[in-house]
Structures are given as C-alpha cells and as structure tokens.
Design a protein around this ligand. Structure first.
Ligand SMILES: [Fe+2]
Length: 314
C-alpha cells in the first residue's frame, strides 16, 4: 500500500528572472492571473483551483510540483516520512497547509490541503454537431472567437531521470500513482517511459498525471494543461504563433493516452503543453506494455521532433 493516494495535481512551481515576461507568456497560453506578489506569480485556469502554476523570481529553474491530498490525515501520514517537513501553513495566496517532500532526484514535491478555491470562470463552448446526434446545437450558429486557449486545469507533469526505476517507484509508493502504459526499447524489460495515473478507486481519471522518461538528464520535460476542447487547441495554436512564441511539437494526437496536443516553449525554454480529450481509466485498468517506436507515433499530426524525448530543463 502507498503512503497516501494523492487526490489530484495542484500546481507546478518554476522560477524565472522576469515575472512580467512570464505572465505575458502564461496569459497568451490561456491562464489568468490569480495573484501576484513581489516575489511570485500565481496563475489559475477556469476551474476552481486557486492557482495551477507558480513562478518565483529567480534564475530559470524547475522547482517542483504540488499535489492535493484528499484529507488532512494524509498530510499527517506524509509528515512522518523520513526527510519530510512537518505540516506547515502555506505562506502564499490561497493559504492552506502542506508537507514538503523531496523526490529521489531532488525535486520538491509539495502535498497540499485546504487551499482556498475560487469561483470557476464560466466558459461556454458550442456543442459539436457530429456523430450520431446532429442536434446538439439546435438552431444555434457556431461562432468561435479568436484568442488564447481557455486553460481549465493542470493535467500532468513529465520528468526525465537517470534514476528512472527509483523515481517511478517513489511516486507510486509515496503518492499512490498507478501505471497506465509503459514503454520499452529493445528488451521488453528495458523500460524507457512510464505513464502513471492517480488512484481514485472506481472513479475515472486522466490516463496520466505523471509521465517519467528514462534519459541522460534530470529535470522537467514539460508541464501540461487541459484546454477546453479540440477547437480550443487550434485557436490557442494560432494565438501563440501570432505572438511569436517558439513552437515545440504539434498539433497531433497521442497514441498513448490519446490526447490532442500542442507544445510551446516559454521564454526560457521550459515546455508547456495544451491538450484535450484524454482516455480516462479507473483503478482496475491493467498497465499495457508498448514498444517505443510505434508507441510515439500518433494516428495523425506532426511527428515527434528528435529532440523532444531528450529535453529536460533543470
Ligand atoms: Fe504531455
């Protein structure tokens, strides 16, 4: 049994030397400022989470991720682990409590509870008249406006590690992650990637909240955020391209997890993904084993750039 079963992802935390530039990027990416202090920027999506991304002032660096515990008792369990902090009051906008842990590669993992929520931002998207029901949009005219994507929530984080087995085991044993799809190269027991989802029992959750890549570097491969729908990915792409940001990969559909995706680099080269339409699994699904070459070829879209799986920002 894991120490706890984390309930959800909360936010990613990175640093950047220029919060104005970071806020402009994240705003164009489709987030909204929740709060900004002298030393940090807190951005939200349209869902109720107070923030889904934190940027601290400093040299560009990946600091870590935060996950939400399902109960205060889960924080107590984590605080008893060797190397864990005690339960702390979070001295940041939104408040709440947290325990700070360190994963085997030294990334900070905050497990939080009781952070204030905000009123969700209403987002209306036209229903889609395709498939068997062509009357979902009865009498209404389809008028989608240009602009940034409308980011809903923090969907997953992807780390590269030289200590692949230790890192994957740590996230599973500490936070209850379950394997959804695993990827091998050469021998079937030589895993090079592992997609892991949250364990909420019979409740269906995203195919992965954490993907780990075996690699020569240690660090962040990308942070990923759910957009409203497939149109929203396309609209966001046009907006980011018009603003001159560096495009990394997309648009396409992944084979494993099946999301429609699009990847962009922030001004310091950190990669941010938009996705929509994921597979969802409950805790009973058995992990699948996939060969690396075929597994990374989606059914359509731009092929994976050679550099993508080797990308990690410290
Ligand atoms: Fe992703």
């Amino acid at each position: 049994m894991p120490v706890i079963k984390a309930f959800d992802l909360a936010f990613g935390r990175i640093s950047a030397p220029d919060l104005d530039r970071m806020e402009a990027f994240l705003t164009d990416f489709g987030m909204i400022r929740a709060e900004r202090t002298k030393r940090a920027l807190y951005m939200r999506g349209s869902d109720a989470a107070h923030h889904i991304h934190v940027t601290e002032t400093g040299e560009p660096r990946f600091i870590g991720v935060a996950l939400a515990a399902g109960s205060f008792e889960d924080l107590e369990k984590l605080a008893r682990l060797e190397g864990a902090s005690k339960i702390e009051d979070i001295d940041e906008p939104g408040g709440g409590k947290r325990v700070r842990l360190c994963d085997p590669d030294g990334h900070r993992v905050e497990v939080v509870h009781g952070i204030e929520t905000l009123e969700p931002i209403p987002v209306t998207r036209p229903a889609v008249n395709c498939g068997n029901d062509k009357t979902r949009r009865k009498g209404a005219l389809f008028r989608v406006l240009r602009g940034p994507s409308q980011v809903k929530r923090f969907g997953h984080f992807v780390l590269m590690s030289r200590n692949f087995e230790r890192v994957v085991a740590w996230y599973r044993e500490t936070l209850g992650f379950l394997p959804s799809d695993e990827v091998y190269s050469g021998e079937k027991n030589h895993l090079v990637g592992s997609f892991n989802r949250l364990d909420r029992g019979g409740e269906f959750v995203d195919h992965h909240a954490f993907f780990c890549i075996r690699g020569e570097k240690e660090g962040l491969n990308h942070l990923s955020f759910e957009a409203r729908d497939i149109d929203d990915i396309m609209i966001g792409h046009e907006h980011m391209a018009a603003k001159g940001y560096r495009h990394v990969w997309g648009i396409g559909r992944h084979l494993l997890g099946s999301q429609v995706f699009d990847y962009w680099a922030d001004p310091w080269g950190r990669v941010f993904e938009h996705w929509a339409d994921t597979d969802v699994l409950d805790a009973s699904a058995r992990p699948q084993l996939n060969e690396a070459g075929a597994a990374l070829d989606g059914p359509w879209g731009e092929p994976i750039p050679a550099s993508f799986m080797g990308h990690a920002t410290p």
